[in-house]
Design a protein around this ligand. Structure first.
Ligand SMILES: CCCCCCCCCCCCCCCCCCCCCCCCCCCC(=O)SCCNC(=O)CCNC(=O)[C@H](O)C(C)(C)COP(=O)(O)OP(=O)(O)OC[C@H]1O[C@@H](n2cnc3c(N)ncnc32)[C@H](O)[C@@H]1OP(=O)(O)O
Ligand SMILES: NC(=O)C1=CN([C@@H]2O[C@H](COP(=O)(O)OP(=O)(O)OC[C@H]3O[C@@H](n4cnc5c(N)ncnc54)[C@H](OP(=O)(O)O)[C@@H]3O)[C@@H](O)[C@H]2O)C=CC1
Length: 470
């Protein structure tokens, strides 16, 4: 019997960000391995015209939760969706709900965040810093709370080259930033943002660093741990390989390449591609939740969950395998035949952007105009190139993350727990993982039918010039 699975039995667990990529996989694993847990509270806001209940039903009815329904048929009764907006005071939670959360919660997993690189400082601080502070305040009023697990990112200190499992101080106190944002107007905030974020590449990583400082400052006597994953990718093994559901990080790039839009990218081929499967991250989160509650370490432990130091892959290897997979499993209706080059400097990158990206888009828009349709390719291409430029920082550098705490935890687990909650990334076969990843993007993101593969392959064989039925 798994000690960790047994630990979550009978527990009331609060998850923020449960409707996000990581949150869904966390809920799935919890229900599948500890179906006797008492309840999972999730803080949800209505979105895109859907009520809370509709959002929960959509998640539970998805393919991701198919196995859960077999082992935990009453899963609907064990999720309690609580109306909450983390941008509001007290999260806009009703008094009754707040009372229930305060008196019943045993474990908190704080996953909610804005992960947009270009968010405004005001909004990113509100969500990634102030909301974390507010949640810690709530946690301090929970008599039954055993552990508070905060999800950060391995890139919160990406202005350093070697990163230890410690909380690094930020140049400006989070409290000072929170206070000044209350009275500064948006124009001034925009002006001072570059000065504040200094050598951080974007507002996201900077506010995640501030969030960690807040955790340290407001920890009181709580049992807290911080988890820092690197680039979170599709599932490796559980509940099945290749599951992915948003266009963040590598996912959007894989789509853009497979559809033939993106043909060159400014990347350092030998730089480490520090991708980590989402199920590996979730396994570590659950192990950390157990360890923090049961062993109660004296200080806040930080855990890195990265792949580079244990089982490194680089962008060249990743790119080659992605392209090889497109040959076997092409995406439907590509704009051009998928092909890609890594460029090494800004000049060649600008050249390829003009020749390989902008020119075909302009030509295609002319064709659309001539055939009486609305041009849209140039706009789409500009948006794609903007996105790629924001990711460039991360694909042209390598970092070293120490993983002492993560390795220590691995050694503390029983053989059964090491199997059920496996976060040993040394066992990952990159070629197999990448192939499943691309297949997952096709199936779960693009929702393309696998039966169409032979036809797509035939079209691919015939194609050499731009064509599209978009
Ligand atoms: C020698 C041979 C070698 C071979 C060479 C081969 C080389 C070629 C490569 C080919 C293979 C590629 C292999 C993989 C390479 C991958 C490289 C990628 C690296 C990734 C690095 C990531 C680093 C991350 C570091 C930090 C990690 C973290 O901690 S956090 C998570 C990461 N966060 C993000 O990724 C967020 C980034 N995104 C953004 O910030 C914004 O989205 C944006 C600024 C980039 C874009 O904003 P914009 O306003 O333009 O668009 P937006 O409005 O957001 O959306 C546009 C449309 O898309 C829809 N959308 C948006 N989000 C989602 C979503 N999550 N799911 C589904 N759909 C979404 C949105 O609704 C919009 O649609 P419309 O409304 O219909 O227009
Ligand atoms: N994905 C990655 O590559 C990495 C992620 N991380 C960290 O992991 C965590 C989860 O990321 P991920 O799952 O990818 O992100 P997603 O963007 O998929 O999910 C974000 C979650 O936060 C919720 N949220 C955002 N704003 C609010 C709000 N105002 N009120 C209530 N809920 C809100 C979202 O809810 P809604 O559905 O309503 O929008 C969603 O559930 C984050 O802390 C991130 O920093 C760290 C490293 C890498």
């Amino acid at each position: 019997m798994s000690t960790i699975a047994a630990f979550y039995g009978g527990k009331s667990i609060l998850i923020t960000g449960a409707t996000g990529f990581l949150g869904k996989v966390l809920m799935e694993k919890l229900f599948r391995t500890s179906p006797d847990l008492k309840v999972i509270y999730i803080l949800v806001r209505p979105k895109a015209g859907q009520t809370l209940q509709q959002r929960v039903f959509q998640i539970l009815d998805s393919k991701l939760f198919e196995k859960v329904k077999e082992v935990c048929p009453n899963v609907h009764e064990k999720i309690r969706a609580i109306y909450a907006d983390l941008n509001q005071n007290d999260f806009a939670i009703s008094k009754e709900d707040m009372q229930e959360l305060l008196s019943c919660t045993n474990i908190i997993f704080h996953c909610a965040a804005t992960v947009r690189f270009d968010d405004t400082l005001r909004h990113a601080v509100q969500l990634n810093v102030t909301a974390t502070r507010q949640l810690l305040l709530m946690a301090s009023q929970m008599p039954k709370l055993e552990a508070f697990i905060h999800i950060s990112t391995a890139y919160s200190n990406c202005n350093l080259k070697h990163i230890d499992e410690v909380i690094y101080p930020c140049p400006v106190e989070p409290k000072k930033i929170i206070d000044s944002l209350e009275w500064l107007d948006d124009a001034i905030i925009d002006e001072i943002t570059p000065k504040l974020i200094r050598d951080w590449p974007n507002i996201y990583t900077y506010t995640k660093a501030l969030g960690e400082m807040v955790v340290q400052q407001e920890s009181r006597n709580l049992n807290i741990a911080i988890i820092r994953p690197s680039i979170v990718g599709a599932t490796w093994q559980e509940p099945f390989p290749g599951w992915v559901d948003n266009i963040n990080g590598p996912n959007g790039i894989i789509i853009a390449t497979g559809k033939g839009f993106l043909r060159a990218i400014k990347a350092t081929p030998m730089a480490v591609a520090d991708v980590i499967p989402v199920d590996t991250v979730v396994n570590l989160m659950l192990a950390v939740g157990w360890y923090t509650a049961v062993h109660r370490p004296k200080s806040t432990l930080v855990y890195h969950i990265t792949s580079g130091n244990m089982n490194p892959c680089n962008w060249h290897k990743m790119g080659v395998q992605v392209l090889a997979t497109f040959e076997k499993i092409p995406f439907e209706r590509p704009f051009r035949r998928p092909n890609a080059n890594f460029t090494s400097n800004s000049f060649t990158s600008q050249y390829w952007n003009a020749v390989s990206h902008r020119a075909p888009a302009i030509i295609y828009d002319c064709y659309l105009r001539l055939t009486g349709r609305k041009p849209r390719m140039t706009k789409l291409m500009n948006r794609l190139l903007r996105t790629v430029s924001m990711l460039e920082y991360f694909i042209n550098r390598s970092w070293e993350w120490s993983t002492y705490n993560t390795e220590m935890l691995m050694s503390e687990l029983s053989p059964e727990d090491q199997r059920v909650f496996n976060f040993d990334v040394r066992q990952l076969n990159w070629l197999e993982y990448i192939e499943n990843y691309v297949l997952g993007v096709k199936k779960y993101l693009l929702k393309e039918d696998m039966a169409g593969i032979p036809k797509a392959k035939q079209r691919l064989k015939r194609s050499c010039t731009p064509y599209s039925t978009l």
